[in-house]
Design a protein around this ligand. Sequence first.
Ligand code: F6P
Length: 549
Amino acid sequence: MSVLTSLPQWQKLSELAESVKGAHMRDWFAQDASRADKMQLEACGIFLDYAKNRVTDESMAALLDLARACNVEGQRDAMFGGDAINATEGRAVLHTALRNFSGNPVIVDGKDVMPEVRATLDKIEAFTASIHSGEHKGYTGKPIKHIVAIGIGGSFLGPKIMTEALKPYTADAVKVHFVANVDGCHIHDVLSSVDFEETLVVMSSKSFSTQETLQNTLTAKDWFLKSGGTQHDIAKHFVAVSSNVKAATEFGISADNIFPMWDWVGGRYSLWSAIGLPIALALGFENFKGLLEGAFEMDTHFKTAPLSQNMPVLLALLGVWYRNFFDAPSHALLPYYHYLRGLPAYVQQLDMESNGKSVTLDGEHVDYATGPIIWGSEGTNGQHSFHQLIHQGSGVIPADFMLPLNVPNQDDTHHAMLASNCFGQTQALMQGKSFEACYADLANKGLDEETRTRLATHKTMRGNKPSNTFLFDSLTPNILGALVAMYEHKVFVQGVIWNLNSFDQWGVELGKVLGNQVLEGIQGKAGKDNFDASTQQLIAKFRAANAPK
Ligand code: F6P
């Protein structure tokens, strides 16, 4: 048995889960009028109602005991303190330094990193102002009107999804286009829609070695040169964000046009760094700064709130409860706000690339479940797609519902309908509909007894399906920053409990290596013996379909 599953706190939770499984939330609400009051929390402008969870006061207390037994607070302080908690890469984990408005230093390897963090923020601010004001002009003297932001993974998801979520805050100065996939359709569609004389390419790659981003940038460069630009003009139309300044310079990006980032910021935690440059260009620097300020508020809450009043900690523990004691394989994010439709995809990388691991920090294989599958999409759309499974499927799928109480260009009817669907879904999931109620509904339908009973069985909804509901007044940059930081810290706490390194991603390396070998196979540069018969067959099919006509 692992250290974790040997803990008395773990054993206690296992016993409690068995006892809870026979209970129904319907009854808990009926027995305790204060349940909703007790199981709610407000932090950083976010209201969390977690009463529709399959927990009692006793199970919450036991979950908090587990957090203490796993030294969550100690590990939290180690992260904020700059310890090299990314043990397999020997790095600190300090995305929190990027939004550290405390005025206090953050020491990495004996050096305060805050001066360079602030200098980079200043560079982002100045560059954004030069673009928005028209001071920065293209090679034919025209101001920049289009930004082509090229990046993938954490160098794409954050910028794109934050910009989309804060659409009401978009600055009119420029239009930002995002390109990630190496599928040529993407870059082709974007480049066909812009005039390079008015276009700036922001190439974002922490490593400056990601195939997709390099290829897309090469294509953009070729496009630029074929559109009339010269090598000399590159500096006016290409900037890079990377920790690999040497590679960016060798690629042809002038040193002045390189925005630095640091190895103590993981890709999926990097939107707060210069990776967020497209956000500042799209929304204006002040709104980008608002994101950082909101995240800083959540950092402060996470650092200082008692565990029982600590939003990221409670969310992490509820996730452990379902993942490890209810065998829930996934967790759904259901934002009831069209502009926030990208959040599930963002948290997907954040959570699954962090805790999709099965070896502990001690080098042992886990004997317990770890990172869940994160999925979801905007409400109300999901109700007409996958909510059937959440309601009547065979397992437990804990879900996060979220709703701004006010939206831009608010139409009261639309917004009331959106809210009523959000709340109605969480109530339906919790209370379900009994066989008896379904049977009664089928009275006077002219059904014989057997048919009526059978149909009622199919219509029965067992309920007891857990959900959290987040409310906030409106989705401002500040609230969005706090919300994202909340999920970052939730993932961190779960990683501590599961004893994982949440900050490396070795699992993606093999695919990259083999992908390059297959590319050589497709290009006829590698022999068949490199590949299994299936892959050989696939390569042969592709080569045949793309053979020169
Ligand atoms: O998927 C692996 C990964 O390294 C992610 O962690 C990262 O966000 C993405 O690829 C892009 O990496 P880079 O910013 O170095 O191009």
